[in-house]
Design a protein around this ligand. Structure first.
Ligand code: TXA
Ligand code: MG
Length: 357
């Protein structure tokens, strides 16, 4: 199959691209579309055949349910059961965060139980904050299921070229809307149990949700993460052994770790904003903390392309949006070093530079 890429912007040609995507989707095909978080691999959420095509294109484990994307809040009632007690919560969250990076989990309706829910009785829904995606949903006239548009086990794509790397020959069309504005997947909030619970942290934070609902909300933790089937699978980590630096790691300790790896390691890279005196053998990506969310998945792909073997990355303060960035970085990390004592401990170990253990 030939995979075409059509650029979509503000101009009239976007209209044609949107119509073309909607026609393919109505016909049960799968198309990659930009959202504000990451690119999505869209298919009709009401069609078993289209949903199976999404799973096949991604090599996705069959029991991992899909998020359904809507164009308007009033479409919720077509896909989910909203009880009178939950309705006011949904209204407050929709009012404040939609369109945007917040996914709500609610009891599901048919036919979606049989298509996207994969054995669960709940369904995840959101309205993406991207005019192209919403335009395509409206033109297609049906809610669209869309997981991130990467092959399972690869980092989420934040640019059309990443989608192309993974989906070339597997899908007919990618709409290129440029780099994603946010770069990290949506917050997943479960409203199907008594106390709302964050199943996956994202750029909408638990504190913002508590403030909006004026109610208790369970933060992301191991117990409720287990309710999100996606977390059962090994998360992507780059080929490199990743050393994540906490806020207490000094420049001196970081340089010491670099020195220890040098010679033993193949290729070392450092992601962070410290003005360190690194020698030329270390590849430096001078990234400010504020750019980390937007760039982290791109850099992970870059690390693999450059065959980096050992990556030192500065973490961010684990507050607000920092929580979701650190969640993704911790999953990718071989070691999370909180402070200099942790670095010194690690330096004591004989095999820190060895990979593939
Ligand atoms: O920002 C995003 O959410 C992106 C864009 C494309 O919208 N989508 C995305 O989809 O990240 P995906 O499939 O890569 O991740 C969806 C996560 C998975 O961890 C899945 O297990 C969980 O949401 N999920 C989906 N339906 C669920 C449900 N009914 N109950 C609990 N977790 C659910
Ligand atoms: Mg994903």
């Amino acid at each position: 199959m030939d995979t075409r890429i059509l650029t979509v912007g503000a101009g009239a040609s976007s209209g044609t691209a949107i119509t073309e995507a909607a026609t393919l989707l109505r016909d049960g095909q799968v198309v990659a579309l930009p959202t504000e978080t990451v690119y999505g691999l869209a298919g009709r959420a009401d069609s078993k055949e289209a949903v199976e095509r999404i799973f096949a294109a991604k090599n996705r484990p069959a029991d991992n349910p899909l998020i359904v994307h809507l164009a308007e809040p009033n479409q919720i009632d077509a896909v989910a059961e909203v009880s009178p007690s939950v309705r006011p919560l949904v209204e407050k969250l929709v009012e404040r965060f939609w369109p945007g990076p917040l996914t709500l989990v609610l009891p599901a309706k048919q036919p979606y139980v049989d298509t996207v829910c994969r054995g669960l009785s709940s369904i995840a829904v959101r309205i993406p904050d991207h005019p192209v995606f919403r335009g395509v949903i409206k033109a297609a006239g049906v809610p669209l299921a869309a997981p991130s548009a990467n092959l399972s086990g690869k980092p989420s794509p934040t640019r059309a070229v990443h989608v192309h790397q993974d989906m070339q020959g597997r899908i007919p069309l990618i709409l290129d809307g440029g780099p994603c504005a946010l770069g990290i997947e949506s917050t997943v909030l479960d409203l199907s149990e008594d106390v709302p619970a964050v199943l996956r942290p994202g750029l909408v934070t638990v504190d913002q949700i508590r403030e909006t609902l004026s109610a208790a909300v369970q933060p992301h933790n191991k117990k409720n993460a287990a309710k999100s089937p996606g977390t059962r699978y090994r998360h992507y980590s780059p080929d490199a052994r990743v050393f994540l630096m906490g806020p207490g790691v000094s420049d001196a300790a970081l340089l010491q770790l670099c020195a220890r790896l040098k010679g033993k390691a193949g290729k070392i890279a450092y992601i962070g904003a410290r003005p360190l005196d690194l020698d030329d053998s270390v590849v430096h990506f001078p990234l400010q903390p504020s750019d980390l969310a937007r760039e982290i998945y791109r850099l992970m792909r870059e690390m693999d392309a450059q065959h980096v073997t050992h990556l030192l990355v500065d973490g961010v303060v684990e507050e607000r949006e920092g929580q979701s960035i650190m969640d993704r970085l911790r999953r990718a990390a071989f070691a999370y070093l909180l402070d200099d004592a942790a670095v010194l401990d690690l330096l004591e170990q004989p095999h820190i530079a060895r990979r593939g253990e």
